[in-house]
Design a protein around this ligand. Structure first.
Ligand SMILES: Cc1cc2nc3c(=O)[nH]c(=O)nc-3n(C[C@H](O)[C@H](O)[C@H](O)COP(=O)(O)OP(=O)(O)OC[C@H]3O[C@@H](n4cnc5c(N)ncnc54)[C@H](O)[C@@H]3O)c2cc1C
Length: 426
């Protein structure tokens, strides 16, 4: 629904008077909320600052859009969000991950489940997800107003009386849904505008922090590994003792690490910011030390006459070999049959405990999600209604709830958006 249809926009812009509901923010949470409200009520308007809807959604899952997770056990689903997860109980009951799949499948977006329960559209194309939501809005007769950045919220007697757009235009509604997202990937429109309004109207905002972000390390050697993607590795975080570990896919960036398991570990990094943290990669988690040592011995024996630098091809990705050789301190030109037992054990140790020192996290610019947001104590979990402002509802990332990768964050948007749009009085 890129703003290609002037007739439609003209109609919206000239429509005078009061709306039943104004939804601020056309991301997944706002689109579901507006569509849901429009199913039961007329005069619903969706205000989006960009000239198209769901820009962040188009980036989701590297453009494939991991719409939810197929985990069937509701308790496990809730636990994955940590201590704030219980806030989602009603929302997930009303509009669960299965309901999300049903929603898309019934609107001709077939889905598939991949490793770790990740649900994607069969087409692997986030555009189909956005297109489906756009059609939902049309079917629900929601009016969408593009290029409409809300600048101010006007309050009187614990109620929002109107919102004012950047051009000075006013939008008046009986109820409002705030679905402006967090402040990560600000280029998508999510610039954290609502935090300042919220504080002004008496809501507590838990400090927004970048979450699910790549990790920057001190060692410059990672530059040589940039772009190397690793499958089935274990990455652990240490500060004297092991703080956390994850198994799965990781990726070397120019200055550190990324990929799903590193993004998930980043929350622990953020919680232990000031400490001297180390990250260890186990490139061969399926093999314990003695087994891996035997495997290396076997490879060496089979390639007896080769130079050490040419003896690791079967075991390691090409890009990693020169780095392991450099860090092992063994002369790469040396014949493999003169590599000593101690030297071989150094190689094994590097493969099991490839250690990097954490410099910090990448900021909001590259954070998949913002942790923090509207204090959940001030929101009714059964309706997403503010306990402070009588006609205000919340949906999506603006709330102080975030999950790991795997479709859990979009599920928050769908479930809370659905409830906010259903609103008790509509
Ligand atoms: C690169 C990337 C990949 C991701 N991949 C996945 C994934 O595969 N699966 C998953 O579960 N999660 C993923 N996420 C997270 C997921 O995209 C977010 O959790 C989700 O988009 C949040 O939805 P939302 O509607 O609350 O906010 P947003 O998607 O941020 O939407 C907020 C909307 O509000 C608009 N807005 C903001 N301020 C104003 C204003 N003042 N006036 C009017 N409009 C305004 C913005 O322009 C924006 O369109 C990813 C995030 C990123 C950055």
């Amino acid at each position: 629904m890129k703003n290609k249809n002037p007739a439609r926009t003209d109609r919206i812009e000239t429509m005078a008077g009061r709306y039943n509901l104004a939804v601020i923010g056309g991301g997944p949470a706002g689109m579901i909320a507006a569509g849901r409200a429009g199913e039961h009520s007329s005069r619903v308007i969706l205000l989006e600052k960009n000239e198209q809807l769901g820009i962040k959604l188009l980036l989701a899952g590297k453009g494939r859009c991991n719409i939810t997770n197929a985990e069937e056990d509701l308790r496990k689903f809730i636990n994955i969000y940590g201590s704030n997860g219980k806030f989602l109980y009603s929302a997930l009951n009303k509009f669960s991950n299965q309901d999300v799949v049903e929603f898309f499948v019934s609107r001709e977006v077939k889905t598939k489940v991949e490793r770790g329960g990740r649900v994607f559209p069969v087409s692997d194309n986030a555009r189909d997800v956005v297109g489906c939501l756009e059609k939902y809005l049309v079917d629900s007769d929601v009016e969408v107003k593009f290029n409409s950045s809300v600048e101010k919220i006007i309050i009187s007697a614990k109620k929002i009386t109107k919102v004012i757009l950047s051009g000075g235009e006013e939008v008046v509604a009986d109820n409002y849904v705030l679905a402006t997202g967090g402040k990560s990937y600000p280029g998508t429109g999510s610039t954290g505008d609502a935090y300042k309004w919220l504080k002004k109207i008496g809501h507590t905002v838990i400090e927004p922090k970048p979450a699910l972000t790549p990790v920057v390390v001190k060692e410059k050697i990672v530059k040589k590994l940039e772009g190397l993607s690793l499958k089935n590795v274990e990455v652990s975080l240490w500060e004297k003792r092991k703080l956390d570990s994850c198994f799965g896919e990781a990726l070397f960036t120019g200055n550190g690490l990324s990929g799903p398991i590193v993004l998930n570990l980043s929350k622990k990094v953020s919680e232990n910011e000031a400490k001297d943290l180390k990250i260890r990669i186990d490139f061969k988690p399926a093999l314990d030390y003695p087994t891996l040592d035997k495997r290396v011995q076997r490879d060496f024996a089979e390639q007896n006459n080769k130079q050490f630098k040419n003896s690791l091809n079967k075991l390691l990705p090409k890009k990693l070999i020169p780095v392991i050789i450099e860090l092992s301190g063994i002369d790469g030109d040396k014949q493999v049959n003169v590599v000593t037992g101690d030297e071989r054990k150094r190689v094994v140790k590097l493969l099991k405990e490839f250690e990097l020192s954490v410099e910090g996290l990448v900021g909001f610019a590259k954070a998949i999600i913002t942790s923090g947001g509207v204090d959940l104590k001030e929101v009714d979990p059964r309706t997403m209604k503010s306990k402070i402002i009588d006609n205000l509802y919340f949906a999506g990332e603006i709330l102080d709830i975030d999950g790991p990768t795997g479709g859990y964050n979009l599920q928050v948007a769908w479930s809370t958006g659905y409830l906010a749009g259903a609103g008790e009085r509509r």
